[in-house]
Design a protein around this ligand. Structure first.
Ligand code: URA
Length: 313
């Protein structure tokens, strides 16, 4: 049971790092989880074990199916932005971020030199799992749209290319629905390596220090490509670009514009969040953000495109 619970907790942490604020759970799953917790002595008949003297909860919180991320105003967070800590045994990062030195020359020359610097970066390589690779951005160096993700996952670090796993397949389909191909846009990540975990399996969100270390590499790619629009995919990408803000909520900022390096920045959910929920409502939410991107980029939008994932009321 403990292992299953840990798996659930790991999954919830992963979702949170991908920007999720709520998780949809079927009534049946809630019932099974509650039964297991009661059997393990963690809950008393579906209610949290009462602390001595504590008033009983009016209803079991687990019974209420959470709603999708809402734009409802929340009470301002009191806590300071907390950053995940590095698991034990992982080499700390240098205090100073890397200095990017690029040669004079055209875009292609500067991009190739940057790529060379990043894939040979000793700090990045020291954090890459054995048999895996540092991951640098891919795509068109003249792209108008530049998608920014979080960090490579298992498939990406093996291939040395961003967004080639399941989330990448969905991103490729989103780009296709916009009337573009992967080769026409640019895709990069906040992180150039897959953040290590103590068990060296699974994913964890990057720490603030890790993001700060890699940011000069992403900034340099953005400055070389100079896209019309940046698209931050998920909460970590937003934090990586804009810095931490304890009051920022992905459900609130998605679909709105910010700016990075003087370039308009659209904030939206991460594709893995869409994969997780797989509802038309979530797909439509991300699609509406993409429609805004297309409008701002001056692309023609067909009626068919406007209607994608429209939720019937
Ligand atoms: N998720 C990301 O944020 N980036 C990748 O490259 C793959 C998955």
């Amino acid at each position: 049971m403990r292992r299953e619970l840990e798996a659930v907790i790991d999954e919830l942490k992963r979702l949170k790092s991908a920007g999720a604020r709520t998780a949809l759970v079927s009534a049946g799953s809630v019932r099974r989880l509650r039964e297991a917790l009661v059997a393990g002595g963690h809950l008393v008949s579906g209610l949290e074990k009462p602390r001595a003297g504590a008033a009983p909860a009016s209803r079991p919180a687990a019974e209420k199916l959470p709603d999708l991320p809402s734009d409802k105003p929340r009470a301002p967070a009191k806590k300071k932005a907390s950053s995940p800590k590095l698991p034990e045994g992982i080499a700390p990062l240098p205090a100073e971020p890397p200095v990017v030195a690029l040669p004079e020359g055209d875009k292609a020359t500067r991009w190739a030199a940057l790529r060379d610097q990043v894939v040979n970066c000793p700090v990045c390589n020291a954090h890459v799992r054995s048999g895996c690779r540092v991951v640098f951005g891919v795509g068109n160096i003249d792209a108008e749209l530049f998608f920014v993700g979080e960090a490579p996952g298992a498939e990406e670090e093996k291939k040395g290319e961003p967004f080639v796993g399941p989330a990448g397949e969905l991103l490729t389909r989103i780009i296709g629905a916009m009337g573009l191909s992967r080769e026409q846009v640019y895709i990069g990540n906040i992180m150039n390596w897959r953040p290590e975990t103590a068990a060296m399996s699974g994913n964890r969100p990057p720490t603030a220090e890790e993001m700060a270390f890699c940011l000069p590499y992403l900034r340099a790619q953005i400055e070389i490509v100079r896209p019309k629009i940046l698209i931050a995919l998920g909460g970590t990408a937003i934090t990586g670009l804009l810095g931490p803000d304890p009051n920022r909520r992905i459900g609130k900022v998605r679909g709105t514009w910010s700016e990075f390096a003087g370039i308009p920045l659209m904030m939206t959910y991460h594709p893995s969040y869409v994969l997780r929920y797989a509802s038309n409502r979530v797909k439509r939410t991300v699609w509406e953000d993409m429609l805004q991107v297309m409008e701002r980029a001056g692309y023609e939008i067909s009626e068919k495109q406007r209607g994608f994932f429209k939720v019937k009321s």
